[in-house]
Design a protein around this ligand. Structure first.
Ligand SMILES: [Zn+2]
Length: 192
């Protein structure tokens, strides 16, 4: 079998490769969010996400309440979480420490090599998408983390997952096949 592409977070599923099903309330929808809906659908989902904090937006109180509630649900259900984190890295890291989560994946990671190192030291994964790969300091972060903690994604971009892998392989100076195998193994490590 050819190693499949893993697209850990997409809003435009293609039906090709691995595109884990998720359930979650996005921080932008926290004010209207209903935790009961997540509780109801968490069973068949592979991931609780995308959830998190976005401090460029108002409603921090609602965001915190919904985020914590979903972390609790993910912990209870034994599901990995996919995180949206904007201008809220410290707060996110502080909250994560309070839960025993199966796996934590920062999606669309944009940040410094120092932040990446802290997330890795805490045992977390980082996922990079088209926007991440256009940010020079984030590309430095990509090159600095162990590939055993790496995922790739298309998020809401019209890009194909194949093109994201090709760009990451070039930036990492790594053969595409080896990158595919590494990320597939990361996927199996978390989900099986
Ligand atoms: Zn997204």
């Amino acid at each position: 079998m050819e190693t499949p592409f893993v697209n850990i977070h997409t809003h435009r599923p293609t039906g090709h490769g691995i595109e884990p099903a998720s359930v979650g309330i996005h921080p932008w929808e926290a004010a209207e969010g209903d935790l009961a809906t997540v509780r109801e659908h968490v069973g068949p989902a592979q991931i609780v996400g995308e959830i998190g904090l976005d401090y460029l937006r108002p409603d921090r109180e609602a965001q915190l309440r919904i985020f914590e509630g979903q972390l609790r649900l993910a912990e209870a259900a034994g599901k990995p979480v996919v995180l949206h984190c904007v201008k809220a890295f410290e707060e996110t890291m502080r909250l994560l420490k309070q839960f025993r989560l199966r796996a934590v994946i920062f999606h669309g990671f944009i940040g410094s090599p120092e932040q990446a190192a802290r997330a890795v030291a805490a045992g977390y994964y980082l996922s990079f998408g088209p926007r991440s790969l256009r940010s020079p300091r984030t590309v430095r972060a990509l090159g600095s983390i162990p590939t055993q903690r790496l995922f790739l994604e298309t998020d809401d971009a019209p890009a194909t997952i194949e093109s994201v892998y090709a760009t990451a392989a070039r930036l990492l100076g790594m053969p595409l096949d080896r990158l595919k195998e590494t990320i597939y193994n990361n996927y199996l490590h978390i989900f099986s």
